[in-house]
Design a protein around this ligand. Structure first.
Ligand SMILES: NC(=O)c1ccc[n+]([C@@H]2O[C@H](COP(=O)([O-])OP(=O)(O)OC[C@H]3O[C@@H](n4cnc5c(N)ncnc54)[C@H](OP(=O)(O)O)[C@@H]3O)[C@@H](O)[C@H]2O)c1
Length: 163
């Protein structure tokens, strides 16, 4: 499956100055547990924000211009189609981990979303999630990471699946 995973603030912010504009340990731990053993696909800005290959996962960076000296084991691909093709051959899930442009690029092939609702507003954010990408998806599981942090798992509503 191809799965989008994202943390979104109340005002739909996901990033600021190339970084996550919050620090929630429980969400980072949940992200790690969820994606572990699978493939993670990110844009080159998100790759720079993370700053290293995520251990225990196949790291794929989508970039047209290259990554300079990417560490061994990090796969750089330049088109969405290459990644979708690769996903068919992998016996693991492919998580689209951002940023905003990647979610938009993969929106029509994403089977499920894992959305953490960040319970704060980020007034001066510069990267936002287009919540229209969640249209046609319905929540099938809700997980409380803490009293204030909620994760919603969503899948395509049956009537929106196009064969
Ligand atoms: N809250 C969250 O869950 C979350 C998750 C991830 C990231 N973030 C935040 O989001 C921000 C980064 O997001 P972003 O949208 O600015 O950047 P991004 O999607 O990570 O990367 C954008 C770059 O990816 C490459 N690219 C984009 N579309 C492409 C395509 N169709 N084919 C090939 N390459 C393509 C281009 O770089 P090239 O020049 O290399 O081609 C483009 O400049 C950061 O602040 C980060 O911390 C938040």
């Amino acid at each position: 499956m191809i799965i989008g995973i994202v943390a979104i603030s109340i005002n739909h912010a996901i990033g600021k100055d190339g970084k996550l504009p919050w620090h929630y340990t429980h969400d980072l731990r949940y992200f790690k547990e969820t994606t572990m053993g699978n493939a993670v696909v990110m844009g080159s800005s998100t790759w720079r924000a993370i700053g290293k290959a995520l251990p225990g996962r196949l790291n794929i960076v989508l970039s047209r211009s290259g990554l300079g000296d990417a560490p061994a084991g990090v796969l750089r691909l330049s088109t969405k189609d290459e990644i979708v093709e690769l996903a068919h051959y992998l016996s693991r899930d492919v998580y689209i981990i951002g940023g905003a442009k990647k979610y938009e690029t993969f929106a029509n092939v994403i089977d499920e979303w894992v959305v953490t609702e960040i319970p704060i507003e980020i007034a001066d954010a510069d990267t936002f999630f287009d919540t229209r990408l969640l249209n046609g998806f319905e929540s099938f599981q809700r997980i409380n990471l803490t009293k204030e942090l909620l994760v919603k798992k969503m899948r395509r509503s049956p009537q929106t699946i196009v064969e």
